[in-house]
Structure formats: C-alpha cells, structure tokens
Design a protein around this ligand. Structure first.
Ligand SMILES: [Cu+2]
Length: 139
C-alpha cells in the first residue's frame, strides 16, 4: 500500500520528533548547569586587619589563609592594614575568614585575635603597647 515516498516521510517525522526531544533535554541540562554555576561564585571581601605591621605578618596571614577551606586568594596590604580575600561563596563565608585571621593571631574587623596565637607571634609582629612594632613608623 505504502509507496516508498510515504515511508520516507514517516521516518523523517519520527526523526524530527526525536531531534526535538534531544534539543529540549539539552536545553534543560544547560539550564541546570548554569543555575549551579551561579551558586558557585567568587566573592571579594576587604577585612580590616589593624594589627598587621610588617612583611612577616603579611606572609603569615596569606600562608594561613591559603590553607583555609574555600579561600581562593588573599592579599594583605601592610600599609593600609587591609586584607583582601577572594573566596567561594558555596564553601565559606566572611565570618569564617575573619575567624581564620583571628586564629592566626590578628584582629579582623570585629573579631579579636586569638590570644594564644597572638602570644606566639614574634615580638616585632605584636602591638606597639606589647613592645612590638617597627621603630620606624613609616610602614
Ligand atoms: Cu609582623
């Protein structure tokens, strides 16, 4: 009954339906992937670290933060007493980072330095009232 030509058309229709389905599936997958991408984003925070005084303080904090979960990069500005941290919002938060800096022995915004860690700092890295700091106040 069917001529060769109509069989060909039926096959083509089925193929088109399958293609459409594949296309819809692909779009859905992309949609989910981009939604997940959105949640996993880098944020930057500037934290006041007023007790930082020298390169050694800077290296200590940056080394400590490099091992901290969710922290991508950190940069301590010794002159401005500010620590800039880039972190993954799905893995950590600002409070965790401040606590990490405090555990390292330095004040971080409203979080006070962990006393034990502070006591272990070399004298030059302690606050001036504890006999630390650089005699040359240019830093
Ligand atoms: Cu220091």
């Amino acid at each position: 009954m069917y001529s060769g030509k109509s069989v060909y058309w039926i096959c083509k229709k089925k193929t088109m339906r399958t293609l459409k389905l594949v296309l819809v599936l692909m779009l859905t997958t992309f949609g989910i992937a981009s939604a997940q991408q959105k949640q996993k984003s880098l944020a930057t925070v500037k934290i006041a670290t007023p007790t930082v005084q020298c390169e050694s303080c800077k290296n200590r904090i940056e080394k400590y933060l490099s091992r901290e979960e969710g922290v991508e990069t950190s940069k301590v500005d010794v002159k401005k007493h500010v620590t800039t941290v880039k972190y993954w919002t799905d893995r950590t938060n600002v409070e965790n980072i401040k606590t990490a800096i405090a555990n390292c022995g330095y004040d971080a915004d409203n979080v006070t330095a962990n006393d034990e860690s502070y006591q272990r700092l070399p004298l030059c890295c302690k606050k001036p009232e504890d006999g630390g700091g650089m005699p040359d106040k240019k830093h």
